[in-house]
Design a protein around this ligand. Structure first.
Ligand SMILES: [Zn+2]
Length: 262
């Protein structure tokens, strides 16, 4: 959950780099390289030591050299820069849960799914998706933040998993959907008080590194797209840092990496 919270703040970063940034600077909220800060009209404070991350070849920091086929790049947190008033930071943009819910419902509609409130007495999750009729149902007994969390969970399933009628919501699929929902709601400062259904037991106390990396990568990528799609439907344009992904949220697509990796 600490990592998911960090991923919400450091929106747009890979799983690996969220881990690296939080290890080196736990309070980092918005990082960028030197050219990125220059474009923002800010400069790096003299003597500030940068944060080392894994970079694509074009961002490689020559002095640090290659690491396992990737390169090392140096970034700095906004707190290590100056150049006038600080821009507004990430999750401080607290939104009304009802607005987040409405925006998520628009994201569903963009993908061809109507969202409806109705009694769901037999549904312990408080929400369910009827893929055949292209409907997402959310229990009418849930309040704003919890309803938004349940809806985000269903949208994560639609993006990530092909659930047949009885395969249901459990195991890794449940953990992934809940993690994406948590990250998305955390991004908008709209987490419910009782936040996350415990699904972490699925992977045990000491899971293999490959499993953690695969799960983390999938959650970071899906949450990034869901956050980007949701932001476009929020009532007031939010000025949030991070690389906002702008491509539409593709639903009903199988993720080959998931099939291979797990
Ligand atoms: Zn589920």
């Amino acid at each position: 959950m600490r990592w998911l919270g960090a991923a919400a703040v450091l929106h747009g970063q890979s799983f690996r780099n969220v881990v690296l940034i939080k290890l080196q600077m736990p309070d980092a909220v918005w990082v960028d390289g030197r050219p990125g800060w220059q474009r923002q009209g800010r400069r790096i404070v003299r003597g500030a030591s940068g944060i080392r991350i894994v970079a694509s070849a074009r961002d490689v920091d020559r002095a640090a050299g290659p690491v396992q086929g990737h390169g090392v790049a140096t970034v700095w947190d906004v707190s290590q820069t100056d150049g006038g008033a600080m821009p507004p930071i990430g999750t401080l943009a607290d939104l009304r849960p009802d607005d987040v819910y409405a925006a998520l419902a628009r994201v569903a509609l963009d993908a061809g799914y109507r969202v409806q409130r109705r009694p769901l007495p037999d549904e312990p999750n408080g929400a369910m998706t009827d893929r055949r009729r292209r409907r997402v149902f959310v229990s009418d007994e849930l309040d704003g933040a919890v309803a938004a969390m349940r809806l985000a969970h269903e949208l994560a399933h639609l993006r990530m998993h092909k659930l047949s009628r009885d395969s249901g919501c459990h195991g890794l699929a449940r953990l992934e959907a809940e993690s994406v929902a948590y990250t998305t709601l955390a991004r908008f400062g709209a987490l419910p008080a009782h936040q996350m259904a415990s699904a972490a037991g699925t992977i045990g106390r000491n899971p293999p590194v490959r499993l953690v990396e695969t799960l983390g990568g999938r959650v970071a990528a899906t949450a990034g797209r869901l956050i980007g799609a949701t932001e476009r439907h929020l009532p007031t344009p939010q000025v949030l840092p991070g690389k906002v992904r702008t491509e539409p949220l593709p639903l009903d697509t199988e993720d080959r990496e998931f099939d291979r990796g797990l």
